[in-house]
Ligand binder design. Sequence first.
Ligand SMILES: Cc1ncc(COP(=O)(O)O)c(C=O)c1O
Length: 479
Amino acid sequence: MSADLPPDEFRSAMHRVAEMVADYLEEVEEYPVFPAVAPGEVAASLPVSPPVEGEPIDRVLDDYKALIEPAMTHWNHPGFMAYIATTGSGPGILGESLAAALNANAMLWRTSPAATELEERVCDWLRQMLDLPAAFSGHINDTASMSTLLALAAARQRLYPETRRKGVAGGPVMTIYCSDQTHSSIEKSAIALGLGLDQVRKIESDGDLRLRPEKLAAAIEEDLAAGFHPMAVVACAGTTSTGSVDPIRAVVDICRRHCLWLHIDAAYAGGAAICAEYRALMEGLEEADSIVVNPHKWLFTPVDCSILFNRHPDLLREAFWVLPEYLKTDDGAVTNLMDLGVQLGKRFRSLKLWMVIRAFGVRGMQERIREHCRLAGWLAGEIESAPGFELAAPVPFAIVAFRARLDGASGEQEDEFNERLMARINAAGPVMLSHSKLHGRYVLRVVIGNLRTTEKHVRAVWRLIRQEAAALLAERKAV
Ligand SMILES: Cc1ncc(COP(=O)(O)O)c(C=O)c1O
C-alpha cells in the first residue's frame, strides 16, 4: 500500500481537479448565487460516520461535484454583490494550489526561508503601491479581525507593558475609540484583549457616516477626566456598510495630542488606495501607527490574506514574545514570523498575492479597481435619478447603499418593504445582495468587487431591483 495517493493516481486526479476548477470558473453563472438548500440539507446528504476503508479519489471528487459545489454560496459568481464582494482570481488560485503542495509552516525563517522572505517583499510591494513610507513593515494574517487584534495588542503594549505579565486585571482601564460605523472586529478585539466592550467608545458619525473629530476629542477629554487611560483610536478608511472614510488628518492630530495609537481599518478600501485618486481620499493614512488592508477583499487574492502594516513591529514582538527551547535557532538576524502574533503555525499566503501582483501588474490591478468604481458610479447615478428610489449614502468606492421609497409610508413600513424587496431579489437567483442599517433605517447594498462582474451584470441587477420593487408595490396596493 502506498502511504499517500500513488503518484499516477494523484497526477490524474490533479488533472481532473484542474478541469473541474476551470469549468467551475467558466460556468459559475449557471448556478444561482445562493443555493437552493435549506439549513441541514447538506448535512443530511452526508454519511453520519466516516468511511472505515479508503475510497477511490474519483468517487470523492464525484461527490464534491454533486453534493458540495452546488450547495455553496458562490462568491466567485459575477452576481455576488453582497457583504464585501471579492474575487479568488486565476493567479491567486494557482498560488493557493502551489502553497498547498508545499504545505510549508512558515513559523520560523528556518522552516520556510522563501515564504518568510517573499512575505516581506510582497508586503513591501503593497506598501509602495499604497504610497506609504518605508517606516511601515507589513506581515500577513488570516483576516482583518486578527490584524486589528494584533495592532491593538501592540497599542496596549505601548501604553501598559506590564499587561504581558500581569494581565489587565488591576491595571489602568484602557479605552478604545471608533465611530459607530466601524466594523465589529474592533469590539471583538476589545473582548479578546481583556479590555471589555464597556471600554469601546463608539463615536457618533456625521450625516455622511464619517467619524466626528470634535466628538472624538470630547470623549477622550471626558475619559481622561474620569481616570480612564485612552489607548487607541481606530479610524476607518472604507466602512463596511458604505465605504465612508473618516477624516483621518483630523484624527491624526487628536491622536498626536494625546499620544494615542492610531490604527486604520482599510481592510476593504485599502485595495482602491493603489489608485492615486482613491488614495487621495485617505489623506493622513501615512501618519497612522498601523493599517490593515485585506488583499482577500479587493485585491483579487483568494481568502484568506490580510496585511497589517505597522510602524512599531518591535512592540508587537514584545507583546507576544515567548521562546521555548524547541523553537530556538541560530539563524542570526532573520525574521521569524511566529514572533509577530499569537499563532505559531503560519500558512504560505504571500505566494498567491505575489502571483496576483505579477500576473496583473500594478497597472492591471488599478484598471480593475477603477472599472468596479465606474460600474458602482453608474448604478448610483441610475438610482439617484429613478423615482421611488434613493441613495442612502455617498459612494466613494464601489458600495452602493440605497432604498426604495414609498409615498406616505412610515419609516417602519418602508424598512419592511425594503427587507422584502431584498428577499425577492435574492430568491431570483442570479444575484445576491446584503443589507445594513444607516441612521436607523434599513438599506440594501450592491457591492462591486468581483472580476467577473461586468456592465451587463450591473445593468441586469438594476433591472431586477426595479422589476421586483414594482411587483412588490403592486402586491401592496392590491391588499
Ligand atoms: C471595513 C472592514 N473591516 C474589517 C472587516 C473584517 O474582515 P475579516 O473578515 O478579514 O476579519 C471587514 C469585513 O467585511 C470590513 O469590511
